[in-house]
Design a binder for this molecule. Structure first.
Ligand SMILES: N[C@@H](CCC(=O)N[C@@H](CS)C(=O)NCC(=O)O)C(=O)O
Length: 230
């Protein structure tokens, strides 16, 4: 039996982390039996991040590495895709995980209106005073990282303008299909829909959460993927 170490579910998604939701989707797509183990502190896992799967004595961390592990055990997440479609799928995954994801981080950790809710829900298990101390350090580290990355230097309006072509690319790719590459989900859906789902679920309404929630193509897609793979 595989154990999936994941950040907990909050705000109506299966985890606060899109990478953890992606891992849930991949495990379900592979049709494997697994159980979940909610974790708040990722430090003892590979790269000090979640998700990770525990299989016997092995701990495999990172949704991409988990995917490779499952592929190594015979599951093809992109069955039927041409070499060109696989290349496009790879680009969509990178767009979601290495660009769109950081918009989510800033919307939750960098937004003063959202932060108190995120802090008290994510870290509610820590008593109030140490929570304020610990989370303010975490927040500083994360927002500093976003300034180095670059997106942290943009205003909310500038960020939305930068993200818009990504969202339009997803809608264009979905045209006429239930999922990104076919009428059945593939690896790209596990990745892209998880990022969109967490963007939509931010509990205090922001330009980003509203943009996704008010787009019937994106919102319908998030719900379709979750109904199929959740
Ligand atoms: N490339 C990794 C990224 C995983 C990741 O960034 N996880 C975040 C949560 S969304 C994390 O564990 N962050 C903890 C930290 O940075 O301290 C994957 O595909 O799983």
């Amino acid at each position: 039996m595989i154990t999936l170490a994941t950040f907990p579910a909050h705000f109506g998604t299966r985890s606060t982390s899109p990478f953890c939701i992606k891992a849930i989707y991949l495990l379900n797509m592979a049709g494997l039996e697994w159980k979940r183990q909610d974790e708040l502190d990722p430090r003892k896992f590979p790269k000090a991040k979640l998700p990770a799967i525990i299989v016997g004595s092995q701990t495999i961390g990172g949704s991409d590495i988990i995917q490779q592990y499952l592929e190594g055990h015979g599951h093809d997440f992109d069955a039927g895709l041409s070499a060109q479609e696989k290349a496009q799928s790879h680009s969509f995954i990178r767009m979601a995980e290495e660009h769109m994801y950081f918009h989510l981080v800033l919307d939750r950790w960098g937004n003063n209106a959202v932060w108190p809710t995120v802090r008290d829900v994510y870290f509610g298990a820590i008593p109030k005073l140490p929570r304020l101390f610990i989370t303010s350090g975490l927040r500083k580290t994360l927002t500093k990282g976003m300034i180095v990355q670059g997106l942290g230097r943009l205003s909310e309006k500038e960020r939305m303008e930068r993200l818009e072509p990504d969202l339009q690319a997803i809608v264009a790719q979905l045209a006429g299909k239930r999922f990104l590459f076919a009428d059945v989900p593939t690896a790209a859906d596990a990745s892209v829909a998880s990022v969109l789902a967490t963007m939509r679920a931010t509990p205090i309404k922001t330009d980003l959460s509203r943009r996704i929630a008010n787009d019937p193509a994106l919102s319908g897609y998030i719900d379709r993927v979750d109904a199929e793979l959740g």
